[in-house]
Design a protein around this ligand. Structure first.
Ligand SMILES: Nc1ncnc2c1ncn2[C@@H]1O[C@H](COP(=O)(O)OP(=O)(O)O)[C@@H](O)[C@H]1O
Ligand SMILES: [Mg+2]
Length: 264
């Protein structure tokens, strides 16, 4: 298990990902690492390939080539369920069918929904545990997460009745039901008011401090620069560079990418 090298092995290693849709090259050599316990930002102009990268990592999309390793193990091309089962989860929008269910029901269903039948067992590794005991544990975790995100008072509301921002909190709380080691967040603050945005980022930082790792796509540069310890910059399907917020901001190439100066 232990690496011969001095530094700790990165939690996520993405190497040379390529993906085309018909004639469109969406990913053209994406390569980066995410260190365990960090809140890492992934930035880049619209169409840079951020969401496609997330889809490839989460197993929703097969890359044409390249490799993805999680905790040192290759996961390229595995199903989203299997990948989630290993502790790598991305948030999903609450789909139509779930909007008619209450918030707490959405939370309770999350593990089975995303991980298949084995979910209950992975939440509670004790094999012969009583089903009602398992449910109780899941219920307790659900409440814990609703409290963490300040939406416990909405537990009995239909998910469809929540504001856009509250729904974002629910999506995040639900993804955390799986107690993921790495959580991929694709623009989690879109349409969220500043107060809720602050709640969200505070909670993310708390969870980061507890050892969870986050990879965050976000357009708000101030948010990225204030809260991420590492930033990965994408442009036209490729990764330009990785660095601290200060390093990234002082890079000519980043400024150019954002101003379209290098758009060939
Ligand atoms: N399913 C798809 N079919 C065709 N083109 C796609 C598809 N998904 C993404 N693309 C294209 O791939 C490129 C990268 O898109 P995307 O990953 O969504 O960028 P970002 O999230 O950085 O804005 C864009 O040119 C986009 O139009
Ligand atoms: Mg996107």
């Amino acid at each position: 298990m232990s690496e011969p090298t001095s530094g700790q092995r990165p939690l996520l290693e993405v190497e040379s990902l390529h993906k085309s849709f018909g004639g469109i090259t969406a990913l053209d050599g994406v390569t980066f690492e995410v260190k365990s316990g960090t809140l890492t930002g992934l930035i880049g102009p619209n169409g840079a390939g951020k969401s496609t990268t997330f889809n490839a990592i989460g197993g929703i999309l097969q890359p044409d080539s390249g490799t993805i390793r999680f905790s040192g193990e290759e996961i390229t091309g595995e199903s989203p369920d299997r990948i989630a089962g290993k502790g790598l989860v991305r948030t999903f929008q609450i789909s139509r069918e779930f909007r008619n269910m209450t918030v707490i029901e959405n939370m309770m269903i999350a593990p089975t929904n995303q991980r298949g039948e084995s979910a209950l067992q992975s939440v509670t590794p004790g094999l012969r545990e009583d089903v009602s005991e398992q449910e109780e544990r899941i219920f307790e975790r659900a409440w814990e997460m609703l409290e963490l995100f300040d939406i416990d008072h909405l537990a009995l509301e239909n998910a469809g009745a929540l504001s856009g921002g509250q729904r974002k909190l629910l999506e995040l709380a639900r993804a955390l039901m799986l107690d993921p080691e790495l959580l991929l967040l694709d623009e989690p603050f879109a349409g969220v008011n500043p107060t809720l945005e602050k709640t969200l980022i505070d909670r993310v930082e708390t969870l980061r401090d507890e050892g969870h790792t986050f990879l965050l796509v976000e357009h708000d540069m101030d948010m990225i620069m204030d809260h991420c310890e590492r930033v990965i910059v994408m442009h036209q399907g490729d990764t330009l560079l990785t660095g601290t917020p200060e390093e990234v901001q002082s890079e000519e190439r980043v400024v150019e990418a954002y101003l379209g100066g290098s758009g060939v």
